[in-house]
Design a protein around this ligand. Structure first.
Ligand code: SF4
Length: 187
């Protein structure tokens, strides 16, 4: 509610992302440690490279309006439905209609004339943003992002000097295994 909270200076945002990458390094080890080489290295590279790719877009577009490396597929691969049935291509763009008017058929809403006009309008709108869900749903349909930009982002992450993070700081975020839900009844 307080717009002042959005005013993160770019150096602070970059520093925050660098610190988060320390945690994601740990998560990657936990998530993919069971895989054999080279699958483990590939999974790690894509996981960390994707995060770095997102963070780079966030840094460029938090105050700017910089084109993504891929077209935004809002309205093609994704749709937003508001609480009252209005639908949009993304949360940041206008309402286009109501799913009630399409008998709650999402395919019909996606292929509606207003959504088709919206999809045609998005490239010219240059509304480049920091919406990670849409960055992700767009990037995974882009061969150049998958084959070049994400591996390149990973390499840049590898070359970056990460801030010193103490083990104690990392430990408090350790992912705990789910508790054993055995046959003992709860007391
Ligand atoms: S670039 Fe951002 S604001 Fe524009 S359509 Fe895509 S998700 Fe929405």
């Amino acid at each position: 509610m307080d717009p002042e909270l959005k005013k993160i200076p770019l150096p602070d945002l970059q520093e925050l992302h660098a610190r988060l990458m320390c945690f994601h390094e740990q998560y990657a080890d936990h998530l993919f440690g069971h895989l054999a080489f080279p699958a483990r290295s590939m999974a790690r590279m894509f996981y960390l490279g994707t995060l770095k790719f997102h963070f780079n877009i966030h840094e460029r577009n938090h105050y700017g309006n910089d084109a993504w490396a891929m077209p935004c597929t809002a309205g093609q691969t994704t749709i937003v439905i508001d609480h009252d049935g209005h639908f949009r291509s993304c949360e940041l763009r206008s309402k286009l209609g109501r799913v009630q008017d399409f008998d709650f058929d999402l395919t019909a809403a996606l292929h509606s004339p207003q959504m088709q006009a919206e999809v045609a309008a998005i490239p010219g709108a240059k509304c480049w943003c920091t919406h990670s869900c849409w960055i992700h749903s767009s990037s995974k349909f882009s061969p150049s992002v998958l084959l070049f930009h994400i591996p390149w982002a990973y390499l840049k992450h590898r070359w970056q000097r990460l801030p010193n993070t103490s083990l104690a700081e990392l430990e408090q975020f350790r992912v705990q295994d789910a508790p054993n839900m055995g046959s003992d009844p709860p007391h």
